[in-house]
Design a protein around this ligand. Sequence first.
Ligand SMILES: [Zn+2]
Ligand SMILES: [Zn+2]
Length: 481
Amino acid sequence: MNKRTDVTCVKGKSGSEFSEQLGWYHDYYGRPFGDGFYFLGGKIMAKATVQRPRGTQDVTPSESHKWQTIEKVCRETAEQFGFKEIRTPTFEDTGLFVRSVGDTTDVVQKEMYTVSAKGDSEFTLKPEGTAGVVRAMLENGILNDGVPQKLFYITPCFRHEKPQAGRLREFHQFGCEMVGPSSPAADADIIALAKSVIDRLGIKDVTLHLNSIGCPKCREKYHQALKEYFSSRKDELCHTCQERLYKNPMRILDCKSPICSDIAKNAPVILDYLCENCNSHFNKLQEILKAMGIEFVIDSKIVRGLDYYTKTVFEFITDSIGAQGTVLGGGRYDGLVEALGGQPTPALGFGSGIERLLLTMENSNCEFIEKNTCDLYIASMGNNAQNKAASLALALRDEGFFTEYDLMSRGLKAQMKYANKINAKFTLVLGDNELETKQAKLKQMDTGEEIDISLDEKFCDKFSDELTNYMFKDVLSDTEL
Ligand SMILES: [Zn+2]
Ligand SMILES: [Zn+2]
């Protein structure tokens, strides 16, 4: 609801003036603001009649360059490591996630968005990226082209969790999947890729935590040990975990209930139960990482919350975002391809939440790519000049220049003010006189310096020269000295 009473009347810098009359606010023209408006930071904001759902987020133009920075680094780095992009549907058959993520996981038991449209079967909005990618690889015969197959994706994911800082119901994930190699060299390569992405984003103070959760063979004994351990305190476990105790005791280790996680603190660790094969894989991986100069710590608490992981699991953890410290996590999932109907094929990968990366980057003052600003704003006076501005702008845009002109039928002064506001590098003023003489003044906004420029077929070339001089003026003056 609007609380008009606690709003201070402001004489806005924007030129609008508000006054209170009979409890209503009126704008400059005397029009009252109704219930659809509220004040924020001295500005009038229109209230949308419908709000975005809880746990979702808008990326506004003032933030989108940050996303572009992350996406660019992710794409470029993945491509340099030989990964190609794959795009899969936002919703999949529910069975895909039950079979891959696992029916005793928090994700499947508590967090999936399952939807059905009239007369249609049931679908689930993807809670993570890997299962859909493996499904698509099998369905499109991508593995028939030989191995390794290396794919990356950037995709929205959906989980019905309690919304809190850094945890959204719709979030975005950058992920990489490698299918085919069983050697620890592949584990090291995928970890190196993950580390490169984090380094190139400028995120510091990140530690690689490494663990092995073994294969089904070594897990038999481990499950037994876990069952024995948790049985003694069975009654204290949450309802879900009491069931997990028999079906999949490892999942108790990543239960979010504080009581369960407290009990889990002293549980047996899988590293003590690894079979010979898993043990030598883990040792070899550590040896390669050392050779690559990638530092890590062994952390038996890293178990990852999804059933499909085997052997290597890892997380990159930072303390700059508090309790939600994992910026990227992944591991090996040797059983997944077979579980989804393919030939037994080893595989591994990682995923990273873009929102989480962004938060970490902001907290550690990382740099983002600069927003593109307007190269030339063409101001015009009169009908003919406006037509000329439109055609010139089109020609300039075709040549790759960021060009704007007046679409608001504003006066010249207001047009120049707008050019300033959008940080245009140059402006050009067109009036009847300029059209007649085919000469105009090109003004550099930084310095106020003006040069004459002909409005002929060479205009774009000449503007390009001026823009280049401007962009490289620092470099040029350095070399002259
Ligand atoms: Zn094993
Ligand atoms: Zn629990």
